[in-house]
Design a protein around this ligand. Structure first.
Ligand code: HEC
Ligand code: HEC
Length: 334
């Protein structure tokens, strides 16, 4: 851990070295004392269980977006020191005090609350964790996708979080609720869907202390998972901890619908979300897909890079699958 003082001392030595180097005709890069290093910043293995607790506490002061970001950054600040000391991060004690005294406190990524300014879009715990991820590794895109897919199919809140809360082992003194809360899978990264489906199965209103506590536990869970993935990335083991597997429907839809240049083939949309969580009746669409397939369109035009080789057969399979799927009125199982 490098303290700010040591850093300033090093910077001074560098400056002296720079002057010396210059006098010898050798330019030496001089770091200004307040220079902020480019990303990614150094990452060291963190304890996911500690981050889970920080995330839960962070939620109480900064909600899901601010809480998850604060949790990961604070664990790094405590372990690595500079440059994380450059960030405006309230200390654990300050946050605990603010929570106890109902004091207002403002933090980075706090706008992520309730799906960004309460809008119900991207879950704030994912939003805040994503910003932490992009700050510490070049593999941020891959890790982010793994985290989002995990979120779609994970039953929140985790068993661990339920247990920590019921045994009062989190870092807050007074709990919004210390009950073991119902768990469910939302099949969506959206706050609107995640909260809505949980309210539906639990019977708790969106403004209830239980729903709020559920999101506090979820914030800890998501930050902890992000750290697990970052740890694996650090050890070069990202591929062994998991593989990005889209839902079967999403994989099928993406045969035609993905970010691309061929408008007629369906490339006027993009994304990896679970399509079936919103699109269910595909029957009208199926007719035009079949017509499209029956038209002069060459099979290889209907397909794309991901389908190179055996492409025509694959599309036939997808159309058949789509047909079965539409008859079922949309499958929610995967
Ligand atoms: C074989 C290629 C193909 C597959 C697979 C496919 N689509 Fe499409 N889709 C198209 C094309 C081409 C259009 C544009 C023509 C049209 O509107 O019917 C389209 C249109 C749409 C539309 C726009 C309006 C409409 O007609 O409903 C939606 C929504 C849609 N697709 C969703 C999906 C979803 C969800 C899946 C997976 C369950 C899927 N598509 C699978 C080719 C495909
Ligand atoms: C959170 C809900 C949601 C999810 C998940 C979702 N869509 Fe959509 N999609 C919509 C809405 C809303 C529209 C606009 C209204 C419409 O056309 O039905 C739309 C429109 C579309 C269209 C028509 C063109 C356009 O962009 O307006 C296509 C094609 C489409 N979606 C495909 C997909 C595919 C493929 C997936 C999965 C990768 C997917 N959607 C996931 C909600 C969703």
């Amino acid at each position: 851990m490098i303290t700010r003082r040591e850093f300033l001392k090093n910077a001074t030595l560098l400056t002296l070295g720079g002057l010396l180097g210059a006098s010898l005709g050798k330019p030496i890069k001089v770091l200004a004392a307040e220079e902020v290093p480019h990303l990614p910043w150094p990452y060291e293995e963190l304890d996911p269980e500690y981050v889970r607790k920080l995330g839960h506490l962070g939620y109480y002061a900064l909600e899901c977006g601010g809480g998850s970001f604060w949790a990961i950054m604070t664990a790094l600040k405590e372990k690595v020191g500079y440059p994380y000391t450059l960030l405006p991060l309230p200390s654990v004690e300050e946050v605990q005090k603010a929570v106890e005294e109902h004091e207002h406190i403002q933090g980075m990524m706090q706008f992520g609350y309730g799906g960004a300014f309460g809008w119900g879009s991207l879950c704030g715990a994912l939003n805040g964790s994503s910003n932490a991820i992009v700050m510490v590794t070049k593999n941020w895109d891959k890790i982010g996708k793994m985290l989002y897919r995990w979120y779609e199919v994970f039953p929140f809140p985790s068993e661990k979080s339920n247990e920590l809360a019921s045994k009062h082992q989190f870092l807050v003194k007074k709990y919004k609720s210390d009950k073991v809360l119902p768990r469910n899978v939302s099949h969506s990264v959206l706050c609107h869907v995640s909260v809505g489906k949980w309210c539906e199965i639990s019977g708790y209103a969106s403004g209830s202390p239980e729903r709020s506590e559920r999101c506090a536990r979820l914030t800890g869970d998501v930050a902890a998972k992000a750290v697990e993935l970052l740890n694996a990335d650090l050890r070069g083991e990202l591929d062994t901890v998991g593989k990005l597997t889209l839902s079967q429907t999403t994989a099928d839809c993406r045969t035609c619908h993905y970010k691309g240049k061929n408008y007629e083939m369906g490339q006027f949309t993009r994304g990896f979300m679970q399509c079936e969580s919103c699109h269910q009746d595909m029957r009208p669409h199926l007719d035009s897909v079949i017509r499209l397939k029956a038209s002069e369109t060459k099979p290889n035009e209907l397909t794309n890079v991901t389908l190179a080789g055996g492409a025509a057969a694959a599309v036939t399979g997808v159309v058949a699958g789509l047909w079965a799927y539409s008859k079922k009125g949309g499958s929610k199982s995967d």
